[in-house]
Design a protein around this ligand. Structure first.
Ligand code: FMN
Length: 236
């Protein structure tokens, strides 16, 4: 007989298997901790992979996977690297807003970040570029990412021309020693500033837990001045 009173579901739906009841004031440290935890699981390749969505001038979306190379919890942005002339690079030049999603399947966690995107300072891109293995640095030079090419063979020849043009030592390319090559101007980092973060915790009981944080971002210098976060729990 329905009593109109909420049923006691203790043991069926555990309130304790999600985010803390009192939500953190700032979601970024939790996000950074989730990624750090995922890195510790060596059987998961690319725990830093994010689906990155951009929109073109017509407002049409496109998404692809890129690697998040850092989460800077304070002041709250994530960094990825790409070709500034690629499709995503061109879309971000026209509309500097993006959405990104992390998904850690093993841990039943998802995190979404939405906000404005700015290029990383050149010095930071230089430092990251210099840390990459030589073949990847060459690839950044050789590939006009997202532009058509006639054949795979043509692409390999283009890499060959890049190797010759930059005077790359083939021994270094084969792994014997290293050599410095300059970062191409069309390749570098982007910072996606978090204006909105959603953390999602899957629950065995299927009543998942979600919360969204939002804040104001006011342009300041090369980045933003961030207001305080405000949080709300969302129905799953
Ligand atoms: C696991 C994985 C990691 C990737 N990481 C990057 C990355 O960090 N930067 C990048 O430009 N492309 C990366 N890519 C390739 C992109 O998904 C995409 O093909 C490329 O950036 C061109 O996208 P666009 O034409 O939309 O600009 C990655 C792909 C995969 C599957």
């Amino acid at each position: 007989m329905p009593t109109g009173e909420p049923a006691n579901l203790e043991g069926l739906f555990d309130a304790g298997d999600g985010l803390p009841e009192s939500l953190p004031l700032d979601p970024m440290p939790t996000l950074a901790a989730w990624l750090e935890e995922a890195w510790k699981r060596r059987d998961e390749p690319n725990p830093n992979a994010i689906a990155l969505a951009t929109v073109d001038v017509e407002g049409r979306p496109s998404a692809r996977i890129v690697l998040c190379k850092s989460i800077v919890a304070d002041p709250g942005y994530i960094v990825f690297y790409t070709n500034y002339e690629s499709r995503k690079g061109r879309e971000l030049a026209a509309n500097p807003n993006a959405a990104a999603v992390f998904h850690w399947d093993h841990a039943d966690l998802q995190a979404r970040i939405v906000g404005p995107v700015v290029r990383s300072p050149a010095g930071e891109s230089d430092a990251y570029y210099a840390s990459r293995e030589l073949a990847k640095r060459l690839g950044a030079h050789a590939s006009d990412q997202s532009r058509p090419i006639g054949s795979r063979q043509e692409m390999i020849e283009k890499v060959g021309e890049t190797v010759a043009g930059l005077g790359v030592d083939l021994d270094a390319l084969a792994g014997a020693g290293d050599m410095q090559i300059p970062r191409p101007a069309h390749w570098g980092g982007f910072r996606l500033w978090a204006r909105e973060v959603e953390l999602w915790v899957g629950s065995g009981s299927r009543i998942h837990d979600r919360a969204r944080w939002t804040r104001e971002l006011t342009p300041e210098g090369e980045g933003f001045n961030a207001g305080a976060w405000s949080a709300s729990r969302l129905q799953p």
